[in-house]
Design a binder for this molecule. Structure first.
Ligand SMILES: O=C([C@H](O)CO)[C@H](O)[C@H](O)COP(=O)(O)O
Length: 206
């Protein structure tokens, strides 16, 4: 399991500080959608330069103009950029083609997508998705192992899980063994982000 730290609802300075405290424990750095809206590709470039050995995910949440946005994120130094599952098939296709040209990858975000969309994404050639319970929906539920059931018939699709995951709940995901666990608030809003990241790392590695 890779540990992806999601940097959301943070200033540039806070992102730098948290990464400084947690880089040792994490595998993938996600530059969150709101951070990208605030600071743009310049910040993706900065993080690429500062952390050359980490996998960088730009959470672009692209839903149109996918060739342009995919190139934009990957040329800024991201290894992976996100595209929404509800997008038109042409959008997914354009994102896949642009990623291949740039030597990067797309992660298709299943936020609010119906289960039958997964077969269509598989058909289109998608190989990485995020099973995502959004921040607003988290008042009702967090991501859990049951959410993986619709993905089981698709062994060619790697799954990243996101949505209120913390060091405790990551243990419940061990049985489904996601390719990547995405953890945001449990680390970035913790009193001690370094300690929180260490706890997630330990829970993953056990
Ligand atoms: O993608 C995310 C969300 O849409 C906010 O932009 C988060 O990165 C993802 O949900 C992980 O964050 P937490 O749920 O706070 O762990």
């Amino acid at each position: 399991m890779n540990f992806q730290l999601a940097l959301d609802r943070l200033s540039r300075e806070e992102c730098r500080h948290i990464l400084n405290e947690t880089a040792h424990y994490i595998d993938w750095i996600e530059i969150g959608t709101g951070v990208i809206k605030e600071y743009g590709m310049a910040f993706v470039k900065e993080i690429r330069t500062a952390y050359p050995d980490k996998t960088i995910v730009a959470d672009m949440k692209t839903c149109d103009a996918a060739e342009h946005e995919t190139k934009q994120a990957l040329q800024a130094g991201a290894d992976i950029t996100t595209v929404m599952a509800f997008s038109h098939n042409q959008t997914i296709q354009k994102a896949l083609e642009a990623a291949e040209k740039e030597g990067g990858e797309i992660m298709v975000d299943l936020l609010n997508a119906p289960p039958e969309r997964i077969a269509e994404l598989d058909e289109l050639g998608v190989t990485l998705v995020s099973l995502h319970i959004g921040k607003d929906q988290q008042a009702e539920k967090m991501v859990g192992s049951d959410d993986f059931i619709p993905l089981q018939p698709f062994p060619g699709i790697k799954v990243a899980a996101a949505g209120g995951i913390n060091a405790e709940s990551v243990k419940n995901l061990r049985e489904v063994n996601p390719y990547t666990v995405i953890v945001g608030s449990a680390v970035t809003k913790a009193h001690n982000p370094s300690e929180a990241a260490r706890a997630v790392r330990e829970a993953i590695d056990k």
